[in-house]
Design a protein around this ligand. Structure first.
Ligand SMILES: [Zn+2]
Length: 451
């Protein structure tokens, strides 16, 4: 079937009742990458991470076999190994700096580092960056305990292993935009590595379009509710950006845009693309930035106006998380690999891969997306300009009723504008660019135009 026909079919058959009955059309290259993600490979990454005893941020950085320093060097060595198959496009480094005592979770000067692999995009005109993260550090019951074994198989060996596996598979393929794979440090000491990285992204003016942060995503059961389920994954996203919220409040109130911040828009995208590619996985969107009163490495990015979300398993097991290794009243506590479900971790890694690949192969977002608001009408006219980078086949105008959680309908056009017989009073709209092979950019919500 020709791609043009496929695209049209996709938009025609997209149901308007929220059940999203699309024709599933998968890019064979993305499917081929997904097929390479292996539960055994993920398990081997985690077994190795656990073998360092502890990966506490304040643990030894000089011992060759134990502690955070050895763990970081090992991840770097894996990235460097993968770089060999990238034709010179992947480079790896540990971005290190010194922590100074802060009177809280840092009690002595300590070297800290984020381990990063950058897969450079092939289009010199495309400066977009997509990033995926997990945190390499681990902990036990006392957050300052740097000595005891802290296997951190799931928290966050799962996210770190996913990052390593994604780098392993994706380094063999090329994308127009750049992808950064990062094992962040110091999460448990107060999001130190993520803060450093987000600050760097601002200072160096990265065109960072999305961050997928993976933290605790490889175990399928919780003892307190006795739920066992490896078919669902949660994505946490903030509705409003935490960035300059007071400045933007008037616009948000006027447009009713409290549910359409960058993170939430990204979360909807990951759900659509992830479910398109990964069988037997339902992406549950949780409409809050993180779990109740808890935090993660996406937040420093959200706070600086980047689109960033947290990906986390459906049922956290608190007997395993942040626990001293022990048995009490017949219950074994500790974050061991034996408590994990590697098939579930495979699917969740694939969710990341499909989203990153689809984003990095898509054109950039359409520019100057506006909604014509000068005349009072019951139709809606949208206009936009061609993206800065990438070849565009056309655009989807997305539409949903104001009370609906997901985009319900999409209209394809190869023009730079579209008028629809639906009232802007009653629906939300957004526009995404569509590449020649059908990959979609992130959607852009329109600004009103009074011209
Ligand atoms: Zn964690």
């Amino acid at each position: 079937m020709k791609r043009t026909t496929t695209l049209l079919l996709l938009c025609i058959l997209f149901a308007f009742n929220g059940s999203a009955q699309q024709v599933i059309q998968r890019d064979p290259m993305i499917s081929a990458m997904l097929a390479e993600v292996s539960p055994d490979s993920l398990r081997s990454h985690i077994d190795k991470l656990v073998s360092f005893g502890t990966r506490h941020t304040m643990s030894t950085v000089t011992d060759p076999k134990r502690g955070i320093g050895a763990a970081r060097k090992w991840v770097l060595s894996r990235f460097n190994e993968f770089a060999k198959q990238s034709g010179g496009r992947m480079t790896a480094t540990i971005d290190t700096w010194m922590l100074q005592p802060d009177g809280r979770r840092v009690d002595q000067p300590q070297e800290i580092g984020n381990v990063m692999a950058t897969l450079k995009g092939t289009d010199p005109n495309d400066d977009r960056i997509f990033m995926v993260s997990g945190h390499i550090d681990s902990r036990v019951s006392n957050v300052s305990n740097r000595e005891s074994d802290a296997p951190g198989a799931n928290d966050d060996g799962s996210g770190t292993a996913a990052v390593i596996e994604l780098a392993r598979v994706m380094s063999k393929y090329s994308f127009p935009a750049t992808i950064i794979f990062v094992a962040v440090s110091g999460e448990e000491q107060g999001l130190l590595g993520a803060n450093h990285l987000a600050e760097r992204a601002v200072n160096e003016k990265w065109n960072l379009e999305a961050l997928l942060n993976n933290d605790i995503m490889g175990s399928n059961h919780s003892p307190d509710t006795r739920l066992i389920d490896n078919t669902k994954i949660r994505i946490f996203s903030e509705g409003l950006s935490g960035f300059e919220t007071d400045k933007r409040a008037a616009g948000v109130r006027q447009y009713g845009a409290e549910n359409d911040g960058k993170a939430r828009t990204l979360a909807r995208y990951v759900k659509e693309v992830g479910e398109r590619y990964v069988d037997n996985l339902e992406v549950r969107l949780i409409y809050r930035n993180d779990r109740y009163l808890r935090g993660g490495d996406h937040t420093p990015f959200v706070n600086r106006d980047f689109a960033a979300v947290r990906i986390t398993e459906m049922n956290e097991n608190f007997n395993n998380q942040h626990q001293d290794l022990r048995t009490e009243k017949g219950v074994e506590y500790g974050d061991y690999a034996k408590n994990m479900d590697f098939e579930y971790l495979r699917k969740n890694t694939c969710l990341n891969l499909a989203s990153l690949a689809n984003l990095a192969k898509a054109p950039a977002m359409p520019q100057n997306v506006t909604l014509e608001a000068r005349n009072l009408t019951n139709t809606t006219s949208l206009f936009w300009q061609t993206p800065k980078a990438g070849k565009v086949k056309g655009y989807y105008v997305l539409m949903r009723e104001t009370h609906m959680p997901f985009w319900q309908k999409k209209f394809f056009t190869d023009k730079n504008g579209l008028t629809l017989p639906y009232s802007k009073d009653n629906y939300f709209f957004a526009v995404q660019a569509v590449g020649e092979e059908g990959h979609e950019s992130l959607p852009v919500l329109p600004r009103p135009s009074m011209r």
